[in-house]
Design a binder for this molecule. Structure first.
Ligand code: NAG
Ligand code: NAG
Ligand code: NAG
Ligand code: NAG
Length: 381
């Protein structure tokens, strides 16, 4: 009986419905293909770092996009319409395009000169901390906002704090007019430094190097310097507290929002594109993001010492990371990562503002509002 039943069953399958096995194959096949494509997508997105010797991964735009969205420094991503908060806004008339020219020349050319200077800022009384703000010549609104807010904090916990603005040469049809205004502003406020390079987005590395040159020659006795962008809210009290802490190194110290594994972006349409010929490595050495970083005052001279050996890429903060690496110095994480924040969408209350060191803002009026909120009397939290 059993044997018969078995035969009957077999005959049923083979003879009566020859289509069934084909149809039942469709589902597993579909599931398999789905699985396969999922695996491929995961490999494309997630694992390229493991096989970094096969660099063709890096040329996939998917890879770039993946890094854009997993990278906390999102503005580094390929969005050509937004100006990253780590950098000084370019003059409004120019659109920022990746650098097409070859910049293979080695070493930062140290041939710029100050045309507006403040040579006595560090002579009369040595500051503890120098804040230098790179800003476009035409951005008077940002300078005035800073003068009315954190730039007016000149004595903090008994320590002298000095704020100065760093400008390049204005360009465009109204350059001469703008220069007259800059000269007038300098006579009024005595807080401008200006050097004779063209103030453009792709010259930001020059601006940073000129800042370091100024610190080396004019303010070597100060303890710390901070480069801070003009759109940043700065809590000077918390910054000074952090710097006077016995845990804070007095030498070889650079801190901020340190980006430890920043990929070199290979998509030519990306704003932060760098070709292989300029930088063969797949990631930059660690560096604090450009919107606000602090260094001990021994570093400007040390960094200037190695710049002749390092290609001056236009991404100024990554360039400093390359200089630090050459010096064998690693940046330091701040005591808490929440002290520095580049997310300008987040809405800060005064409690939060009382705990940070530096956060980016979206515009001048937001900076003024943050400051008003922060300085209102009464307990912040
Ligand atoms: C990736 O693209 C760059 C140009 O963007 C090219 O020079 C390089 O050879 C490409 N790499 C590979 C492995 O295809
Ligand atoms: C800076 O602060 C002082 C008080 O400490 C105030 O008198 C002065 O008006 C402020 N300056 C600006 C530009 O707001
Ligand atoms: C940078 O500044 C120099 C000196 O003024 C100028 O010759 C050059 O064109 C500028 N470069 C860019 C990319 O704007
Ligand atoms: C400034 O930014 C805030 C917050 O993003 C926005 O609500 C406001 O409209 C902006 N103000 C100006 C003048 O652009």
């Amino acid at each position: 009986m059993e044997k018969q039943g078995g035969n009957g069953c077999k005959r049923q399958v083979v003879v009566e419905s020859p289509v069934r096995p084909l149809r039942s194959l469709v589902r597993p096949c579909f599931i398999f293909l789905l699985f396969l494509s999922t695996v491929i997508v995961i490999i494309l997105l997630g694992f390229p770092d493991r096989f970094s010797q096969t660099d063709w991964w890096k040329n996939l735009s998917l890879y770039t996009y993946y890094h854009r969205w997993t990278n906390p420094d999102r503005h580094r991503g390929p969005s050509p319409t937004t100006i990253p908060p780590t950098t000084v806004p370019a003059p409004p008339s120019t659109t920022i395009r990746p650098l097409p020219t070859n910049h293979n020349h080695l070493g930062y050319p140290r041939n710029y000169h100050f045309i507006v200077d403040e040579p006595d800022k560090c002579n009369t009384q040595t500051p503890f901390l120098v804040l230098i703000v790179p800003v476009a010549p035409g951005n008077l609104a940002a300078r005035d906002a800073i003068r009315r807010t954190w730039g007016n904090e000149t004595l903090v916990q008994g320590k002298k704090v000095q704020t100065l603005f760093m400008l390049g040469l204005p360009g465009g049809p109204v350059a001469q007019e703008l220069q007259e205004k800059v000269n007038q502003e300098s006579r009024t406020h005595h807080d401008l430094l200006q050097s004779d390079f063209k103030d453009t987005y792709h010259n930001l590395t020059i601006k940073t190097m000129v800042i370091l040159e100024w610190l080396v020659s004019q303010c070597p006795e100060a303890s710390y310097a901070m480069k801070i962008d003009s759109d940043v809210f700065l809590n000077v009290q918390n910054l000074v507290s952090m710097l006077v802490s016995p845990d804070t190194p007095k030498q070889n110290y650079m801190t901020g929002l340190v980006w430890w594994h920043s990929p070199v972006l290979r998509n030519p349409n990306n704003k932060f594109f760098l070709p292989y010929e300029v930088m063969a490595e797949s990631e930059y050495p660690p560096y604090p993001l450009g919107f606000g970083y602090i260094m001990s005052m021994d570093l400007p001279k040390k960094i200037m010492g190695v710049t002749p050996q390092i290609k001056p890429i236009y991404i100024e903060d990554a360039y400093l990371g390359m200089c630090l690496k050459r010096l064998g110095i690693s940046p330091t994480n701040p005591p808490s990562k929440s002290l520095f924040d580049v997310n300008p969408i987040y809405s800060y209350g005064r409690c939060k503002l009382s705990t940070v060191v530096a956060v980016t803002t979206t515009n001048v009026s937001q900076l003024l509002r943050y400051w008003q909120d922060y300085t209102r009397p009464g307990p912040p939290c």
